[in-house]
Design a binder for this molecule. Structure first.
Ligand code: RM4
Ligand code: MN
Length: 385
C-alpha cells in the first residue's frame, strides 16, 4: 500500500474547463461575475486551483466549447501558469443532426460527421500533447422499438475502431458510460460492462471512465472500481457528487463515505501507482456556487477521502480478514474514515510552501476581485455555449 505522503503527492486532479464557465440546469443557466470569456481565461482560473491546492496540475478541454486557432499557444499559456492541458472531451451531443444519435445514428451521413469530430479531437490532442480522448455519447433511444439495439452497438463499435486506429502510441480512449439521460429507454453506453466490452474489443489503449454520478441509485461504485483495476481497464474518473441522478455537485458533497470507499479500492488496486495511469478528473457544473472556490473545495474533498483511505491499517485489515473477524475488519476501515485528516493535509500543504487553508488563501489573494474588474464585455463562456 502507498504511504500517506507519497499517496497525497501522487493524487493529481484534473479540473474541467467547463466548470469555470456559466452553468445551471435545464431550467436556467445563471450568469456569474468574472466568468471566463475564452479558453485562455478558463485555463487561468484552473491554474488558480492548482496554485492554492498544489494538486490540480492539468485542465481538461471540451471541443468545440474550447476551440482555439492555435492549440500550441493555449498549451504554452497553460505551462506559463504552471499547469498543462489534459484530456480532450469530444462533444457529439449539441448539434441538431444528433437528435437520434451521433455515432449510432441511423443515418450514415450523421455517423460520418460524428466520427470526423472524434478524429479532429485526436488532431487536437496531437497539438496539445494530451494523452486522453474522453468519449461520452448522449446516444440512445426513448422508446422500445425506436431503433435496433444490436445494430446501434455495431455502429458504435465501427466508429470506435476507426478512432482507435488513429490514436498515437501514447494516446488513449476513455469511454464513459451513463445509465440514462438524455435518452430514457436505452443509452448506447449505459454501464461499465458495455464500456468494458467495447474497450476489450478495441485493445489496450481503450479504458473505462467512471463518472461517479452516472449510476443507478445504490450502485456499489467501489466494486466497479475494484473490477476495472483488476482487469487493467480503469482509465479515469469523472468525479462529482449526486443525491438523485446526474447532479454534478461538488465532489464528496453528497456522500464522502462513498468517496472514501472508492479511494480505498483505488489504492488497494494500485490506482495511485504512476504506471497504472488512472486519471482523476472532476466533472462538475457549478450551478449556484462560485466557480473557482467550488473546484478548490472539490479538490480538498478528494484529498480528504484519499488521505483517510491512505490511513487504513493494511496489516490489521488483512489479519482481521484472514481470521474472519468481521467486526475488526470493518473497524479497520471505519477507524481510518473517522480520522480528522484536515490537520495532516494542512501540514502536507505547508511542507510544500502552500497555505494550509486553500479557500482562505484564495479569498485573500484578490484574484476574484481582479477577474470581476477585468472581465468586462465580451461573451461569457457558458454551459452549452
Ligand atoms: C455528460 C458527461 C460528460 C460531460 C458532459 C458535458 O453528462 O458527464 O463527461 O462531458 O456531460
Ligand atoms: Mn462525466
Amino acid at each position: 500500500m502507498t504511504d500517506f505522503t507519497t499517496g497525497l503527492d501522487r493524487l493529481a486532479i484534473e479540473t474541467p474547463s467547463w466548470a469555470y464557465g456559466n452553468s445551471g440546469t435545464r431550467f436556467k443557466v445563471f450568469a456569474q461575475h468574472g466568468v471566463p470569456r475564452d479558453p485562455f481565461e478558463k485555463v487561468a482560473d484552473a491554474a488558480q486551483v492548482n496554485a492554492f491546492t498544489g494538486a490540480a496540475p492539468t485542465v481538461a478541454l471540451h471541443i468545440p466549447w474550447d476551440r482555439v486557432e492555435d492549440y500550441g499557444k493555449l498549451a504554452a499559456h497553460a505551462r506559463d501558469l504552471g499547469v498543462t492541458l489534459g484530456a480532450i472531451n469530444a462533444n457529439v451531443f449539441q448539434d441538431d443532426d444528433y437528435m437520434l444519435g451521433s455515432v449510432t445514428n441511423p443515418d450514415p451521413r450523421v455517423r460520418r460527421k460524428a466520427t470526423d469530430h472524434l478524429l479532429e479531437c485526436v488532431d487536437i490532442m496531437d497539438a496539445t500533447g494530451s494523452r486522453d480522448l474522453k468519449l461520452w455519447f448522449s446516444d440512445g433511444t426513448n422508446y422500445p422499438g425506436q431503433d435496433d439495439i444490436r445494430t446501434r452497438q455495431d455502429r458504435l463499435a465501427e466508429a470506435l475502431s476507426e478512432v482507435y486506429a488513429r490514436l498515437g502510441d501514447d494516446q488513449r480512449i476513455l469511454l464513459e458510460y451513463k445509465l440514462f439521460e438524455p435518452a430514457f429507454y436505452t443509452m448506447d453506453v449505459p454501464d461499465w460492462g458495455t464500456s468494458f466490452l467495447h474497450c476489450v474489443a478495441l485493445g489496450p489503449k481503450a479504458t473505462v471512465c467512471v463518472d461517479t454520478g452516472h449510476h443507478a441509485p445504490g450502485t456499489n461504485i467501489e466494486f466497479i472500481v475494484a473490477m476495472l483495476l483488476r482487469a487493467g481497464r480503469l482509465g479515469a474518473f469523472d468525479f462529482n457528487s449526486r443525491f438523485y441522478a446526474d447532479d454534478d455537485l461538488m465532489v464528496g458533497a453528497a456522500d464522502p463515505f462513498q468517496l472514501f470507499r472508492i479511494m480505498y479500492e483505488v489504492i488497494r488496486g494500485g490506482g495511485l501507482e504512476p504506471a497504472t495511469g488512472v486519471a482523476f478528473m472532476l466533472d462538475q457544473c457549478h450551478n449556484i456556487e462560485p466557480k473557482i472556490q467550488g473546484q478548490i473545495r472539490s479538490v480538498m474533498n478528494a484529498q480528504e477521502a484519499t488521505a483517510k483511505a491512505l490511513l487504513v491499517d493494511a496489516d490489521a485489515l488483512a489479519a482481521a480478514q484472514s481470521t474472519g473477524d468481521v467486526l475488526a475488519a470493518n473497524a479497520a476501515l471505519m477507524d481510518a474514515y473517522n480520522t480528522d485528516v484536515r490537520p495532516m493535509i494542512a501540514d502536507w500543504r505547508t511542507a510544500k510552501g502552500l497555505d494550509g487553508d486553500p479557500i482562505a488563501a484564495y479569498k485573500a489573494s484578490g484574484y476574484f476581485e481582479k477577474i470581476v474588474a477585468e472581465r468586462v464585455g465580451g461573451t461569457q463562456a457558458g454551459w452549452g455555449a
